[in-house]
Ligand binder design. Structure first.
Ligand SMILES: Nc1ncnc2c1ncn2[C@@H]1O[C@H](COP(=O)(O)OP(=O)(O)OP(=O)(O)O)[C@@H](O)[C@H]1O
Length: 315
């Protein structure tokens, strides 16, 4: 677990707290997205976890150990770090970039080589094609994949990701978000990410921490935050479409009733979101939709009324 205990950060010469008495517990194996207006202290908070910044007061603990007692270089080898512009070494091949931390840790050539292949595969790049290339010979999305692979190289328990998809075009971004989320779950990392993108926070975060002026306004699951914003600021930050965002997190399967006798009309899949079901219902002005599996078996029905009830139940 990563634990921030009443952490405050004042930058020299600045009259205000960049981070102000922050308490935050991040469970192992979960992803927490830090979000809030520009200058609210997200990046500073994240950089205090790998000691790129030192707290002015308070403590940061990793698995119970106060990190102020750990050598920053040792600590950073235990913590993967992914940043917006990737930060690959431009004159080094992809394989050398990915091998940065293993080399620092003194791994032998064979072990490092195996790890490079394994990681490039994991992030969807063909090692045979990519190993000898230079960063400028890759697309922005491919470079981000390499940056991610490099951060995972020594299998760190924690990954810090600062606007990891900020410089990527919207279509590639959505694809990378989906892929990275699956990978992070598969390798079961504890992740802290900073983002400006609420949809990204909702998609990637098991929990979202909403900050303002260095303070934590709300810390909860995306569903809970969308259902019950802590105050008017959070409510307006989430936007007027927060009910729709919430429907996109709930699967049809969890709300459907048994299949009807004589169904006809539009269908959705059990794993579709209620947002998709709503869209289908509105598009064809229906009372409800049949729920079918990919191989065509009818397994349920979702009525318009049930859908609206689902929204108001926790909304
Ligand atoms: N190195 C620094 N020296 C002085 N002040 C700083 C420094 N880094 C950040 N700050 C200030 O601390 C506050 C928090 O900055 P931080 O970068 O943590 O916010 P942020 O939420 O990540 O912002 P953004 O979304 O714009 O990246 C801001 O007021 C910023 O101006």
């Amino acid at each position: 677990m990563i634990k921030l205990e009443h952490v405050t950060k004042n930058y020299e010469g600045s009259g205000r707290h960049a981070v102000d008495g922050l308490d935050l517990d991040i469970e192992n194996g979960t992803t927490v997205a830090l979000i809030g207006p520009s200058g609210c202290g997200k990046t500073t908070t994240m950089r205090m976890i790998n000691r790129l910044e030192q707290p002015s007061a308070g403590r940061v603990l990793v698995n119970g150990e106060d990190i102020s007692g750990i050598d920053p270089r040792d600590l950073r080898r235990r913590i993967g770090y992914v940043i917006q512009q990737v930060g690959l070494f431009p004159h080094m091949t992809i394989e050398r970039n990915v091998a940065t931390v293993p080399r620092l840790l003194g791994w032998d050539k064979a072990r490092t080589g195996r790890r490079i292949d394994e990681l490039l595969d994991l992030v969807g790049l063909d090692p045979a094609v990519m190993r000898k290339r230079l960063p400028h010979e890759l697309s922005g999305g491919q470079r981000q994949r390499v940056g991610f692979a490099r951060a995972l190289a020594a299998d760190p328990e924690i990954m810090l990701m600062d606007e990891p998809f900020g410089a990527i075009d919207p279509i590639t971004r959505v694809k990378l978000q989906d892929e990275f989320r699956l990978i992070l779950k598969k390798v079961s990392k504890t992740v802290v990410m900073v983002t400006h993108d609420l949809d990204e926070a909702i998609k990637m975060g098991d929990r979202i921490a909403i900050m303002r002026d260095g303070r934590l306004l709300q810390y909860d699951t995306p569903q809970a935050i969308l259902a019950k914003p802590a105050d008017d600021f959070v409510r307006s930050f989430l936007g007027k479409d927060r009910a729709i965002k919430r429907l996109s997190l709930i699967e049809v399967e969890s709300m459907m009733s048994p299949a009807r006798e004589n169904p006809k009309g539009a269908t959705v899949y059990p794993g579709d979101s209620l947002h998709i079901a709503l869209s289908t219902i509105i598009a064809d002005d229906l009372e409800g939709v049949d729920v079918v599996t990919v191989d065509g078996h009818r397994v349920g029905y979702l009525s318009r009324d049930a859908l609206f009830a689902a929204h108001t139940a926790a909304g």
